[in-house]
Write a protein that binds this ligand. Structure first.
Ligand SMILES: Nc1nc2c(ncn2[C@@H]2O[C@H](COP(=O)(O)OP(=O)(O)OP(=O)(O)O)[C@@H](O)[C@H]2O)c(=O)[nH]1
Ligand SMILES: [Mg+2]
Length: 343
């Protein structure tokens, strides 16, 4: 029997999932959640046949209306899922259709925290105006950006008004997700400064809205103080390329008026972005960035597979470790080899 990594159960067999034809997908994407789920799972697949299937579906489907793509990020436990549950519930009760895509690169093996997410989203499970599909794509070769951007396009064609992506604030996935959404919401814990929360300054700088969460009960006072200091810190920040200056607000999932305030702020953001074609410009920039990022990754992987180049880099690595070559000289040699191989 082949060796299996310890966490893999060798006798585990995935339950057979129903498959659908392209025609069935086209006819049912907006009415049948199983079909939308099926398509998103295909978007996560690395198989070329699945990619072709999805492309054919996408090419034949128009976008139904205007969507708002929102990312909700923040440290583990800050309350992202609970926030999405209360805010999403409010939106569906106001007549919007909401799709939620929790993205978690850390839980590929156990899908642990994603299961936790689902229990925190009890208002949205079984709600006919919402749809939740956890994504656990790999970071390799732009996995998150690729699968999530395809999932967003599918949800748009299925007629959702809001697409909310939950992503844990640990770094790499934020940067990938930032460029897929229109509005980046960062949730912060009352009390500690951002350093204390392990939130990198870079993540704070890419936020459009800062939400000081859990502003209720014993944390209310410290949430109000934090709100003040974040507002002060934001005064020093400049407008982004779309003339928007990040705003801070406090929030609690147990206070009903908080959902009204966050909805008003979100509307303000999207009204600002809709003016003067800003949203269109942002989406164009993102589409191009997606292509550039993906093509760079493809180039890198193709070059790395070139036999001569591969042999050379392996030799260089050994020589560098044996102090037989200066790294600078190795890079110069590699540059010459690359020029020779691709010209
Ligand atoms: N008091 C209070 N507690 C909250 C609020 N929102 C979330 N919590 C609590 O915070 C804990 C974490 O909430 P989650 O929504 O699971 O947090 P998360 O950021 O999605 O966590 P991960 O997905 O594991 O990163 C839970 O015990 C929630 O009940 C809030 O507005 N007020
Ligand atoms: Mg969560």
């Amino acid at each position: 029997m082949p060796d299996h990594p310890k966490h893999i159960n060798p006798i585990f067999r995935k339950k057979e999932t129903k498959s659908y034809s392209i025609q069935e997908c086209l006819a049912g994407i907006s009415t049948d959640r199983m079909i939308l789920s099926y398509l998103i799972s295909k978007a996560e697949s690395p198989l070329a046949a699945d990619e072709d299937f999805i492309l054919e579906v996408l090419e034949q489907l128009p976008i139904v209306g205007e969507t708002r793509r929102v990312a909700v990020s923040g440290s583990p436990g800050v309350g992202k899922s609970t926030f999405i549950n209360s805010y999403g519930n409010y939106l569906t009760h106001s007549g919007s259709k909401v799709a939620i895509l929790p993205v978690d690169p850390t839980s590929q093996v156990s899908r642990g925290s994603i299961l936790g997410d689902k229990t925190r989203m009890n208002h949205l499970i079984g709600n006919e105006h919402s749809f939740i599909k956890p994504m656990a794509s790999s970071l390799a070769l732009g996995g998150i950006a690729h699968a999530t951007s395809t999932a967003i396009m599918l949800c748009e064609r299925a007629g959702f008004d809001y697409i909310i992506i939950e992503t844990v604030g640990v770094g790499q996935s934020e940067y990938a997700v930032r460029h897929l959404v229109d509005c980046f919401v960062l949730l912060l814990q009352p009390g500690g400064g951002d350093e204390l929360q392990g939130i990198k300054r870079g993540i704070m700088e890419m936020a459009d809205l800062l939400v000081i969460n859990k502003a209720d009960g014993p944390l209310l006072k410290s949430a109000e103080e934090s709100l003040k200091s974040y507002k002060n810190a934001l005064r020093l920040m400049l407008e982004n390329d779309y003339a928007w200056k990040a705003k801070a607000i406090s929030y609690s999932s147990v206070v009903e008026e908080a959902t009204v305030s966050i909805t008003a702020l979100m509307d303000k953001y999207f009204t600002h972005m809709s003016a003067r074609g800003r949203l269109e410009a942002l989406r164009n920039e993102q589409a191009l960035r997606y292509y550039v990022d993906m093509s760079e990754k493809l180039f890198l992987s193709a070059v790395g597979k070139h036999p001569e180049i591969r042999k050379q880099t392996e030799e260089h690595r050994a020589q560098i470790l044996a102090h037989e070559i200066f790294p600078v000289k190795a890079v110069k040699e590699l540059k010459e080899k690359l020029e020779h191989a691709f010209n």
